[in-house]
Ligand binder design. Structure first.
Ligand code: ATP
Ligand code: MG
Length: 541
């Protein structure tokens, strides 16, 4: 018996103990109407993860009952994203594979008096549904004979009617306290070309009716979905009982993952892409899995995040900084270190000639990572922000007359700041302390500040990309985001990087000392470093 670590596993354990099921089958059920986002990573974590834990199986189930919004492009992207996450699906299944069976089941419901063809319009159906406090009114078409229903439903299928002219409704209970049970529509007419079945069908089953059938036909034992479907469970069960499903799949709901500063719904993400607010679905600022991949976010960090957030019964909002903390933690342990200067200021050491190699820890948090050599010379670049002409109190970086350590090299004293005609500092001149070499410092000088540098004689120019959030405020984007969009969320800087970065493979993540985690890439033949996450931890544990 598997030890349960959340309420879903507890329920599964009960079902196993009672002998209701013997092997676990789940499914990950995206609708191919857009790209997957980090919320879907959570759903995958739950569906694939649970199956894995029970040595069961998880299918990839495309919920393609809505032909006007679905595309093959999305199917392909979804597949690629799941593979990238490292999950393997057992079978690839489409709701559309089951259209004929779903149709046959509808015929059965009609024959058993459990469904009827209704001529009311969508508006009329909505108006007659009643409210939470008042029962609905029964459709005048509810009492149609089985024969008439069969004839009309067949005619619907044959394309005799226009969109919306008729629909098939389950005959349940117009006074049920659960609105979903008030004779819900289970088939609608839609003359639209489906991305897989083409024009074979002009009636399509509704999600609430199709989903339990598809689950059953796939042998799903536990249909794990998000909380908004909780109120739909009685209908899910009604379909299962009415059609005599044994064993009947069990729907269990868990909380959606909501993250601050992010727009997560596919509808909104699509709009961002269509409006040109981002470069595409895989823009590094997008919360899509394609975006995260392009950003350089490692898969184990995403999984770790999903695990830590946990599987809860109640919806809540998670701070984006928590996600970033998980990414940072992973990269801190795995990303090699490198030095790059984003906003270069020339530093010349007036009493140094020639060059020498200094040792540099590949990753100081990992003893086994070893060291590499970096070439040091008199001509360096440092960050402009690491020098202050008029330093505030307790400023330990470069200031006139002050000592500072150049990381893994020597202590230097800043002697002179060269200014241009506008008073901008364009170069600092320093003297180094020969006895202060890192690892063998006998100088006795205490330099409180340590700054990073690159060797100007070997440095490579680099384009650095930095990102802000797409939304200006932290609130979760349930509502219209158009006024909250941050249109200035991508920044380009032109810096200098140590040449070792040129040899690294594209896609590799580095910790740039004192700056952040960046992904190396090459764009138009140019070295490019694209921000993954800053070094600064905003997360308040
Ligand atoms: P969106 O509202 O973004 O379009 P969706 O729920 O319509 O999302 P689907 O393609 O239907 O997207 O989702 C596939 C599965 O992923 C569903 O079971 C859904 O419940 C789950 N899912 C979607 N968003 C989240 C989320 N933020 N957290 C957890 N699971 C999610
Ligand atoms: Mg959906």
């Amino acid at each position: 018996m598997v030890e349960a670590s959340n309420f879903i596993e507890q329920m599964i354990n009960e079902d196993l103990a009672e002998g209701k099921v013997t092997a676990i089958q789940t499914r990950f059920p995206p609708e191919p109407n857009g790209y997957l986002h980090v919320g879907h990573a959570k759903s995958m974590f739950v569906n694939f993860g649970t199956a894995e834990k029970y040595k069961g199986k998880c299918n990839l189930f495309f919920d393609d009952t809505n032909p006007s919004k679905e595309k093959t492009e999305y199917v392909d992207a979804i597949r690629a994203d799941i593979r990238w996450m490292g999950y393997q699906w057992e079978k690839e299944v489409y709701a559309s594979d089951f259209f004929p069976v779903i149709y046959e089941f509808a015929i059965r419901l009609i024959k058993e008096g459990k469904a009827f063809v209704c001529d009311l319009s969508a508006d009329e159906i909505r108006e007659s549904r009643g409210t939470l406090t008042e029962p609905g009114t029964e459709s005048p078409y509810r009492t149609r004979s089985v024969e008439e229903n069969l004839r009309l439903f067949t005619e619907m299928k044959e394309g005799k009617y226009a969109d919306g002219e008729k629909c098939l409704r389950a005959k349940i209970d117009m006074s049920s306290p659960n609105m979903n049970l008030r004779d819900p529509v289970i088939y609608r007419i839609l003359h639209a070309t489906h991305h897989r079945t083409g024009d074979a069908w002009c009636i399509y089953p509704m999600y609430d009716y199709a989903h339990p059938i598809c689950d059953y036909l796939q042998g799903v034992t536990h249909s794990l979905c998000t909380l908004e479907f909780e109120d739909h469970r009685p209908l899910y069960d009604w379909v299962g009982y009415s059609l005599g499903f044994v064993p009947k799949p069990r729907q269990i709901e868990f909380a959606r993952l909501n993250l601050t500063n992010l727009v997560m719904s596919k509808r909104y993400l699509k709009k961002l892409v269509e409006d040109g607010a981002v470069h595409g679905w895989d823009d590094p600022r997008m919360p899509t899995l394609a975006g995260l991949r392009n950003r350089g976010i490692p898969v184990p960090a995403i999984k770790d995040f999903c695990e830590r957030v946990g599987i809860a019964k109640a919806n809540s909002e998670c701070e984006i900084s928590y996600f970033e903390a998980c990414v940072r933690e992973y990269l801190n342990a795995h990303a090699p270190r490198a030095m790059a200067v984003l906003d270069p200021l020339k530093l010349t050491i007036t009493n140094y000639e020639g060059s020498e190699e200094v040792d540099f820890d590949v990753n100081q948090t990992d003893e086994n990572a070893g060291k590499r050599k970096i070439l040091f010379s008199k001509n360096l670049y440092v960050e402009k922000s690491d020098f202050a002409l008029n330093p505030p109190p307790k400023y330990f970086r470069l200031k006139l007359g002050g000592y500072v350590r150049l990381k893994n090299a020597y202590i230097v004293r800043c002697d002179e700041a060269v200014q241009d005609e506008n008073g901008n500092v364009v170069e600092v001149k320093c003297t180094y302390v020969p006895s202060s070499r890192s690892g063998n410092d006998t100088s006795g000088i205490k330099a409180k500040g340590v700054i990073h540098w690159v060797n100007a004689e070997t440095a490579s120019p680099v384009v650095v990309k930095q990102y802000d959030y797409l939304l200006k405020d932290a609130e979760y984007a349930g509502q219209d985001f158009s006024e909250r969009m941050n249109y200035d969320s991508e920044h380009l800087l032109y810096g200098k990087a140590e040449p070792a970065l040129l040899d690294a493979p594209d896609g590799e993540a580095f910790q740039l000392m004192r700056t952040g985690y960046y992904k190396k890439c090459t764009e138009d033949g140019m070295l490019c470093l694209s921000e993954i996450v800053s070094l600064k931890d905003n997360f308040n544990k």
